[in-house]
Design a protein around this ligand. Structure first.
Ligand SMILES: C[S@@+](CC[C@H](N)C(=O)[O-])C[C@H]1O[C@@H](n2cnc3c(N)ncnc32)[C@H](O)[C@@H]1O
Length: 107
């Protein structure tokens, strides 16, 4: 089913209507400054062992250029660091294409 509207509205509605812990897989690939908000919601929607992929986490290499402080770069850099130390998940950053973050929700 397609939900064509702001993603936060869709995710919040799913959370409010009983979908917590019911998803096997999610893919985040939209506006970068909202990635963290999507991440927090998707973690609730996944069941333990569920898989999340996030696209563009290297942002063409900008995330490792400390002088790059565009809002998208800062958002992605902060989320990468957050996920790296997030005890709720296992993660690996796959460095192909523009960077794919693979996240498994822990049991
Ligand atoms: C890079 S494209 C995604 C392509 C898609 N993952 C695919 O592989 O075909 C980014 C998409 O995110 C959508 N988008 C951006 N901000 C959004 C938001 N706040 N809520 C929902 N969709 C959004 C854009 O309209 C665009 O279609």
């Amino acid at each position: 089913m397609l939900h064509l509207r702001p993603a936060l509205e869709t995710l919040d509605e799913l959370l409010a209507t009983g979908a917590v812990g019911s998803f096997d897989f999610a893919f985040i690939d939209a506006d970068k400054t909202s990635y963290d908000a999507y991440y927090e919601r998707v973690l609730q929607l996944l069941h333990p062992g569920g898989l999340l992929l996030l696209d563009n986490v290297l942002w063409n290499g900008a995330v490792i250029e400390s002088a790059n402080t565009t809002v998208d770069t800062v958002a992605l850099r902060a989320l990468n660091e957050k996920i790296h130390s997030d005890a709720r998940v296992d993660m690996v950053l796959v460095p192909f294409s523009d960077g794919i973050m693979m996240v498994r929700k822990r049991d």
